[in-house]
Design a binder for this molecule. Structure first.
Ligand code: PEP
Ligand code: MN
Length: 338
């Protein structure tokens, strides 16, 4: 960390900054220029709060040299992390597509969905038993019973399951049902207490990007999970709020190379909640794989028009299968499998 003093700073002000560093157990190096003095903070600066330093008299600017996120940063680990989900690896050479309905509805719907997901060639299945809906008067998810139906349907095809956890009080139930991947939705990306609790487990976590979160905030949210000891984190970009109203959210494809640079953890894309329309899903999926995503989270329903939630963005089983073929071609060009 570098502390830049303003041109009129006094020796007493410089000494006060140095004292602050020493009190925090941090060494320093003072560089006196013709116009101004720069103080380098050396050592473990993780507990130094730049805002407190900024507030000291005579300080003009405080510049962080290292990253505020440690464990999830590429600086802490140069090679990619590959997460093993019941034998299915994500973050390696194979691009993984997680398919399934927005929400768990009935046993028959889940059985048909699992069949469609498996026959399309996906190795993981999604479905929400607890739904974060904008209106309290719309379908809220079938609840715990949904976990039961989901497990039963997915087990027929050996598909690990991905499902959203909204309430920390349900975590033990998720662990009892042994869900394979806990999804943290966009609305909970900065629910820090929830992040801390999933950080205490060893379950793989899909951390969706908050709809208005910066990449730095997203990385820090992942750091909350990692700091608890759980390093099995998968980032999922699902579109951000923008001025555009034509589609549901704006898919930030740029986030893929940025995250691949900043973190060693896998990065996947949810084209369904980005576009919000089924017809946009193939284009966005192709763009994501071409840009280097490690996987996709795609909504598929046996009969999208009848879906209890997000009906207009779900692919049908045949559409998912066709898309899988196209994506495989793109992955292969890049030297990856799908
Ligand atoms: C979902 O995946 O079902 C979902 C609600 O997504 P998001 O949190 O991205 O809106
Ligand atoms: Mn949905």
């Amino acid at each position: 960390m570098i502390i830049v003093m303003n041109a009129k700073s006094t020796d007493a002000q410089i000494e006060a900054v140095v004292k602050k560093l020493t009190d925090k157990g941090v060494n320093h190096n003072i560089s006196r220029g013709v116009e101004r003095t720069v103080i380098g903070a050396i050592g473990d600066v993780s507990r130094l709060d730049p805002e407190i330093l900024m507030a000291l008299p005579g300080v003009e600017n405080v510049v962080r040299v290292g990253k505020p996120y440690k464990i999830v940063s590429r600086q802490s680990q140069s090679e990619n992390t590959v997460i093993d989900i019941g034998g299915v690896k994500i973050g390696g050479n194979t691009v993984q597509v997680i398919g399934g309905p927005c929400s768990v509805e009935t046993q028959a719907q889940m059985d048909e969905s699992a069949k469609g997901v498996f026959e399309a060639g996906c190795r993981l299945m999604r479905g929400g038993a607890f739904k974060p809906r904008t209106s309290p008067y719309t379908f809220q998810g079938v609840g715990v019973e949904g976990l039961e139906m989901f497990k039963k349907a997915a087990a027929q095809y050996n598909l690990p399951i991905v499902t959203e956890l909204m309430d920390v009080r349900m975590l033990d139930t998720f662990l009892e049902y042994d869900v394979d991947v806990i999804q943290i939705g966009t609305r909970n990306m900065q629910n820090f207490d929830l992040l801390k609790e999933v950080g205490r487990t060893h379950k793989p976590v899909i951390l969706k990007r908050g709809m208005s979160a910066t990449i730095s905030e997203w990385l820090m949210a992942a750091e909350y999970i990692a700091a608890g000891g759980n390093h099995n984190i998968i980032f999922c970009e699902r579109g951000v709020r923008s001025f555009e109203t034509y589609y549901r959210n704006m898919l930030d494809v740029t986030a893929i190379p940025v995250l691949k640079k900043e973190t060693h953890l896998p990065v996947i894309i949810d084209p369904s909640h980005a576009g919000g329309k089924a017809w946009m899903v193939p284009s966005l999926s192709r763009a994501a794989v071409a840009a280097g995503a490690d996987g996709l989270l795609i909504e598929m329903h046996p009969n999208p028009c009848e879906a209890w939630c997000d009906a207009d963005q779900g692919l049908n089983p045949a559409e998912l299968k066709t898309l899988m073929g196209e994506l495989r071609g793109i992955a292969n060009v890049l030297g990856r499998d799908l």
